[in-house]
Write a protein that binds this ligand. Structure first.
Ligand code: FES
Length: 105
């Protein structure tokens, strides 16, 4: 059953800032783009690279893998260039009373 999990206070997040969040076996990355929070799996789908050490591009709304430079759209997880071909899993988020939540199973 999906459940809203508290991540942090929204004032702790600046635009383009990357926040790591681990929950059970999930490794998730959150970022704020133009004031909205997005959550996505943190491990690249091409090989094992942690995207929290990658490069955010707020204008393009992407995160770029530090290992082979595939970029992923933060909203839908779709890779924008090779070598990655498989989308990253995305998660719903919400902000209530200045608290950031993520919907997880
Ligand atoms: S590990 Fe991310 S593009 Fe290769």
């Amino acid at each position: 059953m999906p459940e809203w999990i508290k991540v942090c206070e929204s004032k702790e997040m600046n635009n383009s800032q990357i926040i790591d969040f681990d929950f059970n076996d999930k490794k998730i990355l959150l970022t704020k783009i133009h004031g909205k929070v997005y959550a996505i799996d943190r491990i690249c789908t091409h090989a094992y690279a942690d995207l929290s050490t990658g490069f955010m591009n707020e204008e393009e709304e992407t995160i770029t893998c530090p290992l082979h430079m595939s970029s992923f759209n933060m909203k839908d997880g779709i890779p924008q260039n090779l070598p990655a071909e498989v989308p990253l899993k995305t998660y719903k988020t919400k902000i209530e009373d200045n608290i950031v939540y993520i919907l997880l199973e």
